[in-house]
Design a protein around this ligand. Structure first.
Ligand code: 1CP
Length: 340
């Protein structure tokens, strides 16, 4: 039994005593308590692959920031690795894939991953659930197939992901073959997370906004739809960054919540997306401002979303150099200003 189920009630469209709040990328990145755990290890991957420590850093923001949900500490890139494409996490630079996907032969070397291939995150979820003891819901997550595809082709982060986008034109058939394998792997993985105790799941399409609307429909939306249709055990949130053009299509996706980035107008989005809960969408840079300016920004967000069907969050992950005190203040402001 969950002691704080505000998020789940908000997702169902119920009237609640206040707006729930959590932050994308709240586990890791900003807390000195996270750094302390992380610095004692060989690197990011050791933390992801050690369930007791992953559980510890998952719970830190619940204790320290007083957020209304935990998100399991892992990364979207565990899926390519489980399919056979190893990644490295380079300190201060981000992910790097020593091998990338260039041809049909490369795709044929991959397999559809099973949840057991990511046993460390599944075990971390079981441990976290036990240690949370119902305090707040636990969010499971995965990357959207297009975003995962982009890293597998590109080999790491990129401003343009031009190799990944080029593949959609040079070999659409191979692109679909790989996207389908990622989709099947993601369904297996998310079902494993849910069986282990995840109370809701979020799909991160971080690179949604670099596709044209026509290509987004064919190469991303189609696969997100398959994932949402395959999962009916828990509520689903879809966050497609910069994909303002896709909002109308999310009405027809079998998900309960849609995440907004800070460039999406709240009132306009409420008109476009009907009968779903919205999550977001304060500019992460608002947290560099003074407490007064944070309060004004939160009030404006709360007023625009209204008292129901809103999960307060940032419009993207919290930036690594954000002062944890400002994050705490953001959480307090949401709680205070939304109380009915
Ligand atoms: O050593 C470190 O601490 C590395 C920093 C770090 C962390 C803390 C990375 C590298 N990943 C993570 C964890 C992570 N990643 C979580 C765990 C929960 C949390 O932090 O709250 C989650 C949900 C993610 C998701 C993720 N990883 C996304 C989607 C969300 C988003 O921000 O758009 C993406 C795109 C990644 C890839 C990734 N992992 C790490 C980095 C630096 C990146 C981005 C690379 C790029 O610039 O393209």
């Amino acid at each position: 039994m969950l002691k704080n189920d505000l998020i789940l009630r908000t997702i169902r469209g119920e009237k609640t005593e206040r707006t729930p709040v959590w932050l994308m990328r709240q586990a890791g990145r900003i807390l000195p308590e996270y750094r302390a755990v992380r610095n004692a290890l060989s690197g990011f991957k050791e933390l992801v692959e050690t369930p007791a420590l992953a559980a510890e850093v998952t719970i830190q923001p619940v204790d320290i920031l007083q957020v209304d949900a935990a998100i399991i500490f892992s990364d979207i890139l565990v899926i390519p690795e489980a399919m056979g494409l190893k990644y490295e996490m380079v300190e201060k630079r981000g992910p790097h894939f020593p091998e990338t996907i260039k041809s049909k032969a490369d795709v044929n070397k991959l397999k559809v991953a099973m949840a057991e291939d990511v046993h460390y995150t599944i075990d971390a979820i079981k441990l976290t659930k036990k240690e949370l003891n119902g305090r707040v819901p636990l969010i499971g997550f995965a990357g959207a197939p297009w975003t995962i595809f982009a890293y597998m082709i590109e080999g790491g982060g990129s401003k343009t992901f031009s190799k990944a986008r080029a593949m959609l034109y040079t070999d659409p058939e191979l692109s679909h073959q790989l996207l389908q394998m990622i989709t099947d792997s993601t369904i297996n993985y998310l079902k494993g997370q849910i069986a282990a105790g995840a109370d809701l799941v979020q799909i991160f399409d971080s690179w949604a906004g670099i596709l044209s609307p026509a290509q987004y429909e064919i190469f991303s939306l189609k696969y997100i739809k398959q994932i949402c249709d395959a999962i009916d055990e828990v509520p689903k949130t879809v966050f497609a960054k910069d994909a303002y053009f896709a909002r109308k299509w999310f009405n027809d996706i079998n998900c309960q919540t849609v995440g907004l980035d800070w460039c999406m107008d709240i009132g306009e989005t409420r008109k476009i997306i009907k009968d779903k809960t919205l999550q977001g969408n304060l500019d992460p840079c608002a947290l560099y401002g003074s407490n007064e300016s944070i309060k004004i920004a939160v009030k404006s967000m709360i007023d625009q979303f209204g008292p129901t069907r809103h999960i307060a969050n940032l419009g993207h992950g919290v930036y690594p150099d954000t002062d944890p005190e400002k994050v705490k203040y953001f959480v307090e402001c949401v709680k205070e200003l939304s109380r009915c």
